[in-house]
Design a binder for this molecule. Structure first.
Ligand SMILES: [Zn+2]
Length: 318
């Protein structure tokens, strides 16, 4: 079975795995890297991680890369990246990887990759129409219709985190006000809890523990958080009407307390279609691996087409 590498470049580290067409994990590796250190550091760490995986699995045939930012999935260029990734905009990811490792490569946005991973091996397995939200430092999003990612005309399709939930609301680092990620990200939840209780929380888990103790202020925060999230899912339902809305990201780990609140606010019809992600922080790596497998299939198809074309010409002119 064909072996590929899937890599996921995140804000605080790079993860990678070797897998095959069945999604079996054959090896894994990780590098802790602050993305804010910029392009050269990220590429050096990425290089060292892939080299380590290739040393153990030299028969790997292709490489997929998931990264934050808007990625032109055809060319593999980072067409837009925020200041959180200095120098990242303009990097030719696919070209760089093919030159560095001598194998075909593919690249896509990390939320798109996470959804591809979940659709292949996780919560979305067997479904064709999916939306994914990842609630972490920010809010990532991706749409899949008829089994195909809706990447958009400018590679920003599925960017639900920067759709507006509250007109003239909180300022967002994208320059707009009231974006979804200012209300339903993990970071937003910590901030809301601090504002409402005057206490600093380091992790969503502490908020959930306070809620379980019956802390009224914290319960109020969770009511608002889930009401806002229910509104976002209702908007997604109206726009896309997907079979499932998959919710992933760090906030999912502490969902025991808030998920029932979300289900109650979303309403019976939609609540049945909102599901937690199943692959945890491996979703992006699996999605990237999937991109690599699809690249191999595309390459094989186009070489077959060329071959057929030549054969035809030979028959015509032979
Ligand atoms: Zn925004």
């Amino acid at each position: 079975m064909r072996q590929v590498i899937g890599v996921d470049i995140g804000g605080t580290g790079i993860k990678g795995l070797v897998t095959d067409g069945a999604g079996t994990i054959l090896a894994e590796a990780e590098r802790e890297t602050e993305a804010r250190l910029g392009r050269d550091t990220i590429l050096a760490q990425l290089h060292s991680l892939v080299e380590e995986l290739l040393a153990g699995h030299p028969s790997v045939e292709a490489l997929g890369i998931a990264s934050a930012g808007r990625i032109n999935a055809n060319s593999g260029e980072v067409v837009y990246a925020t200041g959180n990734l200095p120098g990242w905009q303009g990097v030719q990811l696919t070209q760089w990887a093919e030159a560095a490792f001598g194998r075909p490569a593919a690249a896509d946005n990390d939320a798109n990759a996470a959804l591809l991973g979940e659709a292949w091996l996780g919560a979305g397995r067997g479904w064709q129409s999916l939306v994914m939200l990842t609630l972490g430092t920010g809010v990532g999003g991706a749409n899949l219709a008829a089994g195909q990612l809706l990447r958009g005309a400018a590679w920003s399709g599925g960017d639900w985190g920067h759709s507006v939930l509250v007109p003239d609301g909180r300022p967002c680092n994208c320059g707009k006000r009231g974006c979804v990620e200012q209300y339903v990200s993990g970071r937003a939840l910590l901030r809301l809890a601090r504002e409402e209780t005057g206490r600093a929380y380091a992790h969503g888990r502490e908020i959930m523990e306070a809620a379980e103790r019956g802390d009224a202020a914290v319960l109020g925060v969770l009511m608002r958080f889930t009401a806002d999230l229910a509104q976002v899912t209702a908007n997604i339902g109206a726009a896309i009407d997907p079979e499932l809305i998959i919710i992933g990201g760090g906030v999912i780990q502490s969902r025991a307390v808030w998920w029932p609140l979300l289900a109650a606010k979303a309403g019976a019809e939609l609540a049945g279609r909102i599901v937690p992600a199943a692959l945890g922080n491996r979703a992006g790596c699996f999605g990237a691996a999937r991109l690599a497998l699809e690249r191999l299939i595309r390459d094989a198809d186009s070489s077959k087409e060329n071959h057929n074309c030549c054969g035809k010409e030979e028959r015509e002119y032979g």
